[in-house]
Design a binder for this molecule. Structure first.
Ligand code: NAP
Ligand code: ZN
Length: 378
């Protein structure tokens, strides 16, 4: 059940708390009580969001009642929210998991406005971010191993839960990560999904500064990958289908660029890469990419390509090459990534739109002209 369906219990709870606060109330010398009353009333304020109501629909203003804050939850006043290609895929129900009305937005940067009574590591007024996950089971083996992003019962911020295209968003405190010194709220949102998704494989696969790495697709994820990999010390190649992005890719940290759709250019790089990170959601000539890997090299998918892979097995067997994929990253790795980004002054390159222009922003992403991440601003 969506939380926007106002539960009678929630309304009753609001009313009885308010009556409780008013009982014995005298308007003299009661500033604390007045503040408390406004706080209690504020807790039941409707969330003002933008939602789509059908696959491929327009975003329209939408209000929902968030109900009572859970003991383990926090509420965030959203200041910025990045737009990831996954928001577009969810709006269009490309993955068959969308529920409507759907409030997208899972690259949130904002300020904690409420904390549940069991939450001790986050405080009201703290600057934080929220990414793809809004909660984990916290007791399965992956959770207990620190791999929360692999939890089978992880809750997504925008699947059966309303996301960050809103004035406020709620999530379990475990999935909310404080912004360290050196990360501005204006730059933070895209790091929480796009950024961690391309940083996480470097940690998971123990990528070395001596490694040669290729990034396919220089969009929201890809442009952050170039920056992370350069700072990590790797030799970096940007595979792009857009000639207009080549010079910018070099400025972001690539040492050279290759046309991602040119078979001749790929043929000239046979056996060169330790890792290739694909951020595209389209079908490319994956066998050609497989041949560009060194022995023990890895072709790693973070881009959600829907078409099945048609790969030759022999190059994998003979060179012990691997194919893999991964989802975002754990809260601990998000914190690690933020520290790394702050230290190396890594920032997404963003185009800001006011929240009210969310439909124009989505059109801009669809057009393929975004440079490089679109961020909605309060
Ligand atoms: P994006 O900003 O739209 O970037 C995708 C890039 O793919 C484009 O900029 C383009 O780069 C390239 N591309 C697009 N169409 C192409 C085509 N026909 N041929 C060749 N290249 C093409 O998207 P994003 O936000 O970075 O997301 C990328 C993918 O990652 C999406 O599928 C998204 O759902 C997925 N994702 C996965 C995770 C995860 O946890 N694994 C997390 C976040 C996002 P060039 O112009 O350089 O060619
Ligand atoms: Zn995302």
């Amino acid at each position: 059940m969506f939380k926007h369906e106002i539960a009678p219990f929630t309304k009753g709870a609001a009313k009885s708390t308010t009556i409780g606060l008013l009982a014995g109330f005298s308007w003299k010398n009661n500033s604390n009580k007045i503040a408390e009353l406004f706080y209690e009333l504020g807790k039941y304020k409707m969330v003002k969001a933008y939602a789509v109501f059908e696959p491929k629909g327009e975003l329209k203003p939408f209000e929902y009642d968030p109900g009572t804050l859970g003991h383990n939850e926090v509420e965030i006043d959203v200041h910025y929210c990045g737009i990831c290609h996954s928001d577009l895929s969810m709006i269009n129900n490309e993955w068959g998991i969308s529920n409507y009305p759907l409030v997208p937005g899972h690259e949130v940067a904002g300020i904690v406005s409420q904390v549940g009574e069991n939450v001790s590591h986050l405080k009201k007024g703290q600057k934080v971010g929220l990414g793809w996950h809004a909660g984990y089971c916290e007791h399965c083996s992956p959770c207990q191993s620190g791999d929360h992003n692999l939890c089978g019962d992880a809750r997504s911020t925008i699947v059966g839960h309303h996301g960050g295209f809103a004035d406020r968003v709620r999530a379990d405190a475990t999935s909310v990560v404080p912004l360290p010194e050196g990360i501005d709220m204006a730059d933070a949102g895209p790091l929480f999904c796009g950024g961690i998704t391309v940083f996480n494989p470097l940690v998971q696969f123990n990528i070395q500064p001596t490694d040669t790495v290729g990034v396919i697709g220089i969009g929201g994820l890809g442009h952050m990958a170039l920056q992370f990999l350069n700072a990590w010390g790797c030799k970096v190649t940007a595979f792009t289908s857009s000639t207009s992005k080549q010079d910018e890719a070099l400025k972001m940290g690539a040492h050279n660029t290759i046309n991602s759709r040119d078979p001749d250019a790929l043929a000239q790089t046979v056996g060169r890469f330790d890792l290739i990170l694909s951020t595209v959601n389209v079908k490319l000539d994956w066998n050609a990419y497989l041949s560009t890997l060194k022995p023990k090299g890895r072709l790693h998918f973070v881009g959600a390509t829907l078409e099945p892979l048609d790969l030759q097995v022999f190059p994998m067997i003979m060179g012990q090459r691997s194919i893999s994929g991964s989802p975002v990253g754990s809260p601990a790795n998000i914190a690690r990534m933020l520290e790394f980004a702050a230290h190396h002054k890594i920032k997404p390159i963003v185009e800001e739109y006011p929240f009210e222009q969310v439909n124009e922003a989505i059109q801009h992403l669809k057009s393929g002209k975004a440079r490089y991440r679109i961020v909605l601003k309060k």
